[in-house]
Design a protein around this ligand. Structure first.
Ligand code: NDP
Length: 249
């Protein structure tokens, strides 16, 4: 494995499972030091041991990204430990699919607060250090739901379309300081994401749909992130849309 990211420092949010966990491992295996943030600290501690076994360093940060102070202190703690931040992967997310008619506003609030507010606050917190370095890369995890809006995904899609809009605007604000912005838009990935859905009928429909295909694995998405962050400095991969071969919409 080439260690193209040796000397680089990454912060991955939502690193306690799924895509975030696989991304933290992939970045570490390419030599990056990785700060790993989420609420489940026990999972992060186990991941830290795996990162260390890859001859890298890990920093465990227990954080609820919906708490503004936590979202900012993830960045501060990373900088306090390694004195730089090269790659921020805004990956933490929740997906509570259900029809608009009956959805509790609390479910909408959770998605807005994690998928959008958390990502935006963490990004803002990272910018001063990246501007000072005149180097940085912000990778925002959207979804095919950030490209195509389907029934039962109205608010999830609203958050992911929001990630796309935020990212493109951000890119135009920061590129002159050599900061790159990449949006990753995966289709169905085999993770815990769907386990948190509360609307039984929608959950059943979605599970039947994903079981009809060969889903992406978290490592497939991690590989796309590694691709984006290992390009030469003059190349900004703005967007990667990847679906399972079997996924139509
Ligand atoms: P997982 O459920 O496995 O991972 C979600 C991560 O987000 C967990 O580490 C979780 O950590 C973290 N998280 C959730 N709420 C919070 C919070 N309040 N504060 C801090 N961290 C939080 O799902 P995925 O790996 O699939 O999801 C990762 C991203 O990928 C999400 O943005 C999702 O929308 C996106 N995505 C996923 C797809 C899929 O099919 N799986 C497809 C397209 C996009 P903890 O609970 O420990 O806090």
């Amino acid at each position: 494995m080439s260690r193209q990211l040796e000397g680089r420092v990454a912060l991955v949010t939502g690193a306690s499972s799924g895509i975030g966990e696989a991304t933290a491992l992939a970045l570490a295996s390419h030599g990056a030091k990785v700060a790993i943030a989420a609420r489940r600290e026990d999972r992060l501690q186990m991941l830290a041991r795996r990162i260390e076994s890859l001859r890298s360093e890990a920093l465990v940060i227990a954080a609820d990204i919906t708490v503004e102070g936590d979202a900012r202190s993830m960045v501060e703690r990373t900088l306090a430990r390694w004195d730089r931040l090269d790659i921020l992967v805004n990956n933490a997310g929740v997906m509570l699919l259900e029809p608009v008619d009956t959805a509790p506003a609390e479910n909408w609030r959770r998605m807005l607060n994690v998928n959008l507010m958390g990502l935006m606050v963490a990004t803002q917190a990272a910018l001063p250090a990246m501007r000072k370095q005149r180097d940085g890369h912000i990778v925002n995890i959207s979804s095919t739901a950030g490209k195509v809006a389907n029934p039962t995904a109205a608010v999830y899609a609203a958050t992911k379309f929001g990630v796309g809009g935020f990212s493109e605007s951000l890119r135009k604000e920061v590129f002159k300081d050599n900061i790159r912005v990449t949006v990753i838009e995966p289709g169905a990935v085999a993770t815990e994401l769907r386990d948190h859905m509360t609307h039984a009928e929608t959950k059943q429909t979605i599970e039947a749909w994903v079981n009809s295909m060969r889903q992406l694995q978290p490592e497939d998405v991690a590989a796309s992130i590694v691709y984006a962050v290992t390009q030469p400095p003059h190349v900004n991969v703005n967007e990667i849309l990847l679906r399972p071969t079997d996924q139509e919409r």
